[in-house]
Design a protein around this ligand. Structure first.
Ligand code: ADP
Length: 660
């Protein structure tokens, strides 16, 4: 068959299992072909052994064999996974029972050959299976080849990706001013950036031993030991060493390396840098003799390169001020410490130094500490000559000064406010005190003045009216003086309360009765509503003072309209309200009017020291109660006093009222 020949390159074997030697010879003659290998077995067990070592395209099995019959062999072949799918052709004698044939099919035969065997038929049947086997193998081979090709393509893609990322990495490495190097997991340096070759002037071959190639011989043992230790323990590496430049001079470098790990945290490689720290070292050397002094000052001292702005020296004060270690600070550039500064802004600030137009630049700024706290500092920048041109920054923490300034400003504001209040009060008080005094003097003057002979003597009513007026002004004066005395007692903490059993309804009746004359004078009607007696333990005189102040205000600001006073009991509280329909109070003033000297109505028209409500609140709170005002401007105000019926919880209040 053409196709069979075309695929003859794929070796195929067939197994003949036949106990009779002459039949085997006959079959050998029939099936001798270069296309496949013929393997013979004379018994079932031998066939099974051969099946273990070789793969067959088809089995030709004699049914009738002594020992293991062909059927028994077939069923074992079918049971084994490796051989289960090998086609089996049974060979049987002529005139065999049909039952035998069916049994053969049941045990997995695919075909039958009847003896005596006809060579063409045997060959044709065998060829079919040989070709089938070849076809299968070819397909398998192709699939394997395809898979292999796919795998190779993937690997290629991976390599490309890796190369691209490495290229990227290298480009990055070439872009930084430091020398960048990498090493394999075992510590062998396998890459050095271009900067290395520029600096050392060494070739690639000369650099075969990595950065040791240019290291000062004295430094080699120490660095080697540290590097080996890092590689062994897998910890970061940091060492200082001198590296030879192309001109033969040595410069100090800081060698650092960190580990790169794969997903399973195994070390895959090392990434390292070599940073030139020669300038820093030199400055440190130059400053060594001043180090003690510089570290003793609490100011922060930073020395940095005037052009690159690389930090070259920092003192201990800088560490204290910024909360960063000296090595952390050396890795920063000064503007990174300053709040709201970037490189451009710092360069702009320092420009006058470079231009020579200013010898020192001093400014207030804020520095950011490591703990993210901002601190105010006074910083001055200056160019100095320390082993070349350097920029020195001296910064002082001015937090304490700022706080003191703030405090001073606050104190000043408070003092100014206090002086203003006092001045206002003095002018109000003198006016308030003079008014009744003037009126009093006037009335007395009239009474005292000798009457002209032409004038009729004063009638008894007229004298009484004058004396009443004198008495009213005297009461007014004594009220004002008492208010002042009360306030000074509150301030000194010497205003005392005397607690006794008091009926608030009775207090209200007394006060309303006492102020009836005042009410009449302003044309107001005072309506008092008291239910049952409201008894508690209070200071009766002080509560009279409370109601008297509130009712006087209601009459004063009540626009001559009715005023209602109610006293009632609400669960554990005694509640007293004084409601007027007068000018009212603007919402913004409601809280303020309870403070000392605070007034909200026009002074000229209404007068008053601005102390009444302050005293009211102090007394009420000393009783463990509270007072509040509600008002609609133009429609009137309601003042509500709430007092606990029992003894007040606090015997002494914060304002120093002594409760007894
Ligand atoms: P004064 O003795 O000056 O009246 P107060 O402390 O008793 O001082 O009152 C402070 C301010 O509160 C008053 O100047 C006034 O502006 C306002 N006020 C008090 N009571 C009333 C009220 N019933 N109606 C309107 N305004 C009031």
């Amino acid at each position: 068959m053409v196709t069979a020949r075309a695929g003859a390159d794929i070796p195929v074997a067939i197994l003949v299992v036949e106990d009779r030697a002459e039949d085997r010879t006959a079959l050998r003659a029939m099936l001798s072909s270069g296309d496949y290998e013929l393997v013979e077995a004379s018994s079932g067990p031998e066939a099974l052994r051969k099946l273990l070592t070789c793969e067959f395209a088809v089995l030709l099995v004699d049914v009738m064999m002594p020992g293991m019959t062909g059927f028994e062999l077939a069923s074992i072949v079918r049971e084994r996974e490796r051989t289960a799918s090998i086609p089996i052709i049974f060979m049987t004698g002529e005139g065999s029972d049909v039952e035998l044939v069916y049994r053969g099919y049941r045990t997995g035969a695919v075909d039958y050959l009847i003896k005596p065997l006809v060579p063409e038929i045997v060959r044709a049947k065998v060829e079919v299976f040989v070709e089938l086997c070849r076809h299968r193998r070819r397909t398998e081979q192709q699939a394997a080849l395809l898979m292999q090709a796919e795998r190779e393509r993937n690997e290629l893609r991976l390599v490309e990706l890796r190369l691209a990322s490495e290229r990227h990495y290298r480009q990055l490495a070439e872009a930084v001013p430091d020398i960048i190097w990498t090493a394999s997991a075992d510590g062998q340096v396998d890459y050095l950036s271009q900067r290395w070759f520029q600096y050392t002037g060494l070739s690639l071959e000369q650099s075969a031993s990595g950065w040791r190639a240019a290291m000062h011989p004295d430094d080699v043992p120490l660095v080697d030991r540290a590097w080996e230790e890092s590689v062994r323990s897998g910890t970061s590496f940091q060492m200082e060493a001198r590296l030879r430049a192309s001109d033969g001079s040595y410069r100090w470098h800081l060698a650092r390396a960190v580990i790169e790990r794969d997903a399973s945290a195994g070390v895959t490689s090392w990434l390292g840098t070599l940073t030139d720290i020669e300038d820093q070292k030199r400055i440190e050397g130059v400053l060594a003799e001043f180090k003690g002094t510089l570290d003793a000052v609490l100011d922060a001292v930073l020395i940095f390169h005037p052009h690159t702005l690389d930090m070259q020296y920092v003192n201990r004060g800088a560490s204290l001020l910024t909360g960063r270690s000296q090595s952390e600070l050396l890795a920063l550039r000064p503007f990174e410490l300053i709040v709201d500064f970037d490189e451009a802004r710092l360069r702009e600030l320092l420009a006058p130094l470079h231009a020579g137009s200013q010898g020192v630049v001093s400014t207030e700024m804020r520095w950011r500490r490591k703990d993210d706290r901002d601190i105010p500092v006074d910083a001055s920048f200056q160019i100095v000559l320390i082993d070349g041109t350097r920029l020195v920054c001296i910064a002082r923490d001015v937090t304490a000064r700022k706080l003191a300034e703030l405090e001073r400003a606050q104190l000043y504001d408070e003092a100014v406010a206090a002086v203003r209040v006092r001045d206002e009060f003095l002018s109000v008080a003198s006016h308030e005190l003079r008014t009744p005094l003037t009126s009093l003097q006037l009335q007395l003057e009239i009474l005292r003045r000798p009457r002209k002979p032409t004038q009729p003597p004063l009638s008894a009513e007229a004298v009484k009216a004058k004396v009443d007026a004198v008495s009213r002004q005297a009461t007014r004066l004594s009220h004002l003086v008492n208010e002042l005395l009360d306030v000074s007692r509150i301030d000194e903490g010497t205003l005392e309360l005397e607690f006794a059993r008091v009926d608030l309804a009775r207090v209200a009746r007394d006060v309303v009765g006492r102020l009836a004359g005042d009410a009449e004078r302003v044309g107001s009607v005072v309506r008092l509503t008291v239910g049952e007696s409201v008894v508690g333990r209070w200071d009766a005189l002080r509560l009279e003072q409370v109601l008297s102040n509130l009712l006087s205000n209601a009459l004063k600001f009540g626009a001559g309209k009715p005023v209602e006073v109610t006293v009632e009991r609400k669960s554990a509280l005694a509640v007293m309200t004084i409601r007027d329909q007068g000018i009212g109070i603007a919402p913004g003033d409601i809280e303020r009017i309870f403070e000392r000297f605070e007034r909200a109505a026009p002074t000229r028209r209404y007068g008053g020291l601005g102390l009444g409500l302050y005293i009211v609140r102090q007394i009420v709170e000393a009783h463990g109660g509270q007072v509040r005002a509600e008002s609609v401007p133009g429609l009137g105000s309601t003042f509500t006093v709430e007092l606990p019926l029992g003894q007040p919880a606090t015997q002494e209040n914060a304002c120093g009222l002594d409760a007894r």
